[in-house]
Design a protein around this ligand. Sequence first.
Ligand code: NAD
Length: 509
Amino acid sequence: MRANEILEKLGIHTDRSNPGAFVGGKGPIKTGGGELVSGNPSDGEDLAAVAQASSDDYAKVADAAYDSFRSWRMVPAPVRGEAVRLLGNALREMKEPLGDLISLEMGKIRAEGHGEVQEMIDICDLAVGMSRQLYGKSMHSERHRHRMYEQWHPLGSIGVITSFNFPMAVWAWNAAIAMVCGDTVIWKPSSRVPLCAIAVQKVADRIQSELGYSGVLNLVAGSGSMVGQSMLEDERVPLVSFTGSCRMGRRVSETVAARFGRTILELGGNNAAVVAPSADPELAADSILFAAVGTAGQRCTTNRRLIVHSEVAEELVSTLVGKYESVAIGDPLDDSTLMGPLVTVDAVEEMKNALDWAKKDGGELLTGGEVLEDLGPRFVTPAIVRMPEQTEIVRRETFAPILYVMEYSNIEEAIRIHNDVPQGLSSCLFSRDLIEVETFLSHMGSDCGIANVNTGTSGAEIGGAFGGEKETGGGRESGSDAWKGYMRRQTCTINFSGGMELAQGIDFG
Ligand code: NAD
């Protein structure tokens, strides 16, 4: 009943298929990619059906986005910013039902679902300001009466492929910035959460049609192998921003690079907290709990490894076990719940397999790892496993709430263990020792894109550039100068001397 109310508020049909492809501002197009039924991970019930896009439908939407780019890039950047401001306001008005839909279709708790919508609003606010700050540098020429400067131009119609775990915010990180940069956007959402994408697209459609723009923000919900692959191979798409697993990211990177396209890759993480003897124990335990158990361990920034000094290991681990065992697990739409379900039964299987593997490697399960069948087959208890060393299973990202604990005896050893994984997204140190803190943040310290001190691995703010190194892909999104990834740079030289003077003092006769 509650599900229907939420869907109704967002204009999602429960009695017939919802269109999966939209040309922004013009509404849905007819699709031929077959029907996909999206379900609720909490109770396994069907929510609504989607008429998916096929490769041909993708081509129609991509044509529209390509054409619209020619007019959208002519709109002055601050005027584009005004459109993003109105989009942000529309999202503000719809925050409650959009946040609830995230809980309903993806399974994260209400507070986190609403937080995700807030993140969309925040990035819109940031982008509005950015629309007046797409600065280029000027530089002094070595030649007389010459002027040199750099400017940034819109790139084109860009592809945005998003993961299931942030079904709305990842699109907004890309879309708001791309819009002010003068790009048009084609969004391919995860097939596990198409309703979230359709609900957001409806809001974006309304704003575009009210402002008289079309084809700026577009949607193609369809299978990865059809729609996703078509996008990767599409020469008209100069940039694909991809958020997902390292496995898929490798394929995206290779396919797009083969046609000299650009990518922004936001891939898997294997994030660790290092806890030193001087750490505030309560702060460390609470921060690790949120980062490891929040979103049921299904955040790219989830705290998956705890590297703790042997002097404080026993105390911290026993505090954590106590906190883990009191986490309220259940319906993500119930405000008292702290942890909802995993997204699929396959994800539960992967968690069980990882725990079996860890035990074979000498790991000791300290708590959790059970399936709560009375709640449903996707509900699990979060697990803590003490490991004798960092074995292969610890070095992998298992998208579930498992925290592997390892001990260290000096900060150099902690950093060595910390960096000895293929991924490089987020990291943190809990310490009140200045030398340790500076070592961790120095070039000899964490090798991740995000390095925090006395705050956990997850819950980044949109003001900073977000992304990671190594197999996390090297992409940057959100704040700081991440906007440069959505534009093309041009270096200009103007000669106002009236004669020819060559650089490097070359005399050409
Ligand atoms: P996934 O790799 O399974 O899917 C990601 C997207 O790729 C989906 O939209 C999917 O439909 C699409 N896809 C599938 N086949 C494709 C193809 N042939 N061509 C193009 N696209 C195709 O990832 P997921 O399970 O949805 O998300 C979880 C993963 O995402 C985790 O590894 C997590 O760490 C990562 N993630 C990273 C960040 C970050 O910012 N670094 C943020 C969120 C999630």
